[in-house]
Write a protein that binds this ligand. Sequence first.
Ligand SMILES: *Cc1c(COP(=O)(O)O)cnc(C)c1O
Length: 408
Amino acid sequence: MSQTTAEMQKAAGSSLYRKSRFDMPEQLIYLDGNSLGPLPSNVPAKLANVVQREWGGSLVRGWSNDGWFDLPHDVARKLEPLIGAEPQSVAVGDSTSIALFKVLGAALKLIGTRRCILSDSDNFPTDLYVAEGIAKLIEDGFHVKSLPTDEVETAIGDDIAVVMLTEVDYRTGLRRNMKQVTEMAHAAGALVIWDLAHSTGAVPVNLADCNADFAVGCGYKFLNGGPGAPAYLYISPRHNDAVTPVISGWMGHSDPFAFDSAFTPARGVQKMQTGTPSVLALTALSTALELFDDVDMTALYERAQQLGDMFIAEVEKRCPDLVLASPRDATVRGSMVSFRHPEGYAIMQALIDQNVIGDFRAPDILRFGITPLYLTEADSVKAAEALEKVLNEKLWDDERFRVRGAVT
Ligand SMILES: *Cc1c(COP(=O)(O)O)cnc(C)c1O
């Protein structure tokens, strides 16, 4: 690489870098923003204000006077450009699991006589559980076919009703080609649901350009919305009129405050809203999203690819016992890097003890999220050095690192 390219990349990286806008322990190297994003510095004061002044002072008047009622819509409008979604195509609320239930339920009503939901057996378990659950609920022959990662795309045929996939694999970071898979599914007459849990806020997504039918995504990973932050769902505007909500709650009614005893869905994606929105959680997410105001997602992803390549090189140089589980080719890798080791769990606990936080995913995966907003090349090197120390000095071989917590 020429000097000028290196300098340009460095400059691009430094304009994305904004660690001072997060509240994190100084010495910590945080490689787990794909599990729980860190706390943006502007969130605590904003939340305190909503709690004390709005909830405490306005009380029920807050719904109108302080804009609580519009909050889910405001956050949806902020998310749309981040995922290349058309205006008014996103609804915010619930968890990703519930958002998935809602879009899958909607999709299954649109597909006529086909009965098969196709997915990846390595998909995040909740996605498979939700699909199995909904198939059982509706009965009528619906079933889930989950295949090994590399067999899914060739199985898209004229028996498939819905292809339900996650763009970036939560364990390996393998990134599917959304546009290509969507085209294949449409050519076979199937609908597509994309789970963007590990994409949103990390890789450039363009739902409109991909012609996606439905999508869901997570608020607490790369979007830094806080533990249990609201999720979102997307419906292509071309399905708006045909979609009926499977959870028909009053916030999806065309006129909730008419208190009509019959459900008349709102127009557009608004009909997917169910109940009273979580104002505190939406406030945190909305405030956290300000961090993305001037972020170019393509530049952010390029930077994450560079940092990821560098982390792989540093780890492979120092830790020959670790086996790369992620694609080496950065263009098919999301914003994470994973390695396998049979003692992965204990190794990760020992690494956390060294102030480098990643996470462990069964059965043997050490997973590291790469977030250029607060990570540098120097952090990549320091993290690899800490990993080398844990392995060389067998720091992991200690009873206290084998005890498994409820959350890994
Ligand atoms: C993190 C993640 C979820 C999380 O679902 P919740 O309902 O928020 O617990 C769902 N799907 C995928 C692919 C994920 O990575």
